[in-house]
Design a protein around this ligand. Structure first.
Ligand code: PHE
Length: 452
């Protein structure tokens, strides 16, 4: 066993550059969670007050947890399952890693379905099929696409194939290179769309609704939604950040990078919110979330603009790329494990796990169509796996990861690893957050979430 472990470490690939690592991890963080899920939860939770809480939770919980996951990966140079065992050999802590990996696997299975629809919508906008201002026609179109089994499964399969291809190309050759182009591209496209939206008459009240905190809207449920959104958007509790951290060289200064990653994830979420929500106001569409926001409302908005085909195509291209760079990080969690522990080649690991995710995702892809009447515990398959991964696996893994770093490995040892080469000015605050705030907050959310 031991020689295998040493062997793996000696051959571990590392990021080609600091900026390449930052772009790749931003790529993991920035995804459907920012462009689709964030505006949806803002709308559901009544606007500015939610945004304010979201900012606070990012600072107090999101950034510290991201630093903890990165340093766990960097220290151990292992996939997420072995990382725990490496620090606490002979213990059962590896189960927490397994749970994170399972969360990534399951989330990817339905993430690929939504990304598949995005790909179909991109083709639709390129061929001019989407261009109608008639919202009810667009609604019918979306339900036709999402209930069409063969189309949904084909979209999901195609998207997964691209994910596998990037992962096969490897850490520096695939993930790093692709993300270094995609991330700046996404910011440029979103900024163009933002400017276009803000110039629309009637958009500005939407900006105020988005930014002005109305404290009467604050409640426990709003806080829970905000914490869940931070975890999802920062890719926490699913092994992705630990895995990307494991490709860092020992002398990499993590806190600086974590701030860049967190800051840009937040910036993209704000850009998306400031594009989508004022657009709803400008067109007098009542703010409502759900898939309709991206697949019905936005196409309706695009169609009223000159060169509508270009706006729609730009938007769906950007969304597809953002989804791809996130799905790559989810698959990499599994691939890294199969390569480290079961000594698969990267190609074999990527295809085997990609195919397994595909099969798990098929019932999700059919959940909005043929299988819509097939309910387990009152939920469709899609909603069930979403619930299990987001409300059970993710908080449980997140809680135990925080406890592990803070109490089992120990904040002092973690801090020493963080301070290789550079002093971490906020080290004491980080240690306090990891020991008390993060585990308690996550535990609380988990229990409340289960109680409903
Ligand atoms: N953070 C990604 C998004 O916002 C989703 C994700 C979750 C990616 C977990 C990797 C791991 O879309």
């Amino acid at each position: 066993m031991i020689p295998v472990v040493m062997n793996v470490s000696a051959h571990r690939e590392h990021w080609g550059s600091r900026i390449g690592f930052i772009f790749a991890t931003m790529g993991s963080a920035v995804g459907l969670g920012n462009v689709w899920r964030f505006p949806t939860v803002v709308v559901r939770n009544g606007g500015g007050a939610f945004v304010l809480l979201y900012l606070l939770i990012i600072l107090a919980i999101g950034v510290p947890t991201m630093i903890a996951e990165l340093v766990l990966g960097k220290k151990t140079q292992r996939n997420v399952v072995s990382a725990f065992g490496q620090i606490k050999p002979g213990s059962r802590w590896g189960l927490v890693g397994l749970l994170s990996m399972a969360a990534s696997f399951v989330v990817l299975s339905f993430y690929a379905v939504i990304a598949g629809w995005t790909a179909i919508y991109l083709l639709g906008s390129l061929s001019g099929h989407l261009i109608t201002g008639d919202a009810s026609a667009l609604k019918v179109l979306f339900s036709r696409v999402s209930s069409h089994g063969i189309l949904s499964v084909t979209g999901q399969a195609t998207f997964l194939l691209f994910t596998v291809i990037v992962v096969v190309a490897g850490v520096t050759g695939g993930i790093e290179r692709v993300n270094s182009v995609l991330m700046p591209g996404i910011v440029v496209i979103l900024t163009v769309l933002l400017v276009r939206t803000l110039l629309l008459p009637g958009a500005i009240p939407g900006v105020f609704w988005f930014l002005r905190p109305d404290v009467s809207q604050l409640s426990l449920k709003v806080a829970l939604d905000a914490l869940g959104q931070v975890f999802f958007s920062f890719s926490l509790g699913m092994g992705a950040i630990v895995t990307y951290g494991s490709y860092l060289p020992r002398d990499h200064y993590i806190p600086g990078s974590a701030l860049w990653i967190a800051g840009s994830d937040l910036a993209v979420a704000l850009l998306a919110g400031l594009t989508v929500i004022p657009a709803l106001f400008a067109f007098g569409i009542p703010p409502e979330g759900g898939p309709g926001l991206i697949f019905v409302t936005l196409p309706a908005i695009f169609s009223t603009l000159p060169f509508s085909m270009i706006w729609a195509s730009l938007f769906f291209t950007m969304l597809l790329f953002a989804a791809l760079s996130s799905s790559v990080s989810m698959l990499e969690v599994v691939v890294s494990y199969l390569v480290d522990v079961h000594r698969f080649t990267r190609v074999k690991a990527a295809f085997v796990s990609g195919i397994a995710v595909f099969f798990l995702g098929i019932p999700s892809a059919l959940s909005t169509g043929r299988l819509s009447g097939f309910l387990i515990f009152g939920r469709t398959f899609f909603d069930l796996v979403d619930f299990i991964a987001s409300n059970v696996f993710l908080p449980v893994a997140g809680f135990f990861t925080a406890v592990f770093v803070a109490w089992v490995w120990g904040v002092d040892r973690a801090l020493a690893e963080l301070e290789i080469g550079q002093r971490f000015t906020w080290g004491k605050a980080w240690a306090l957050a990891m020991k008390y705030l993060v585990p308690l907050a996550v535990l609380y959310v988990f229990v409340r979430g289960l109680l409903g």
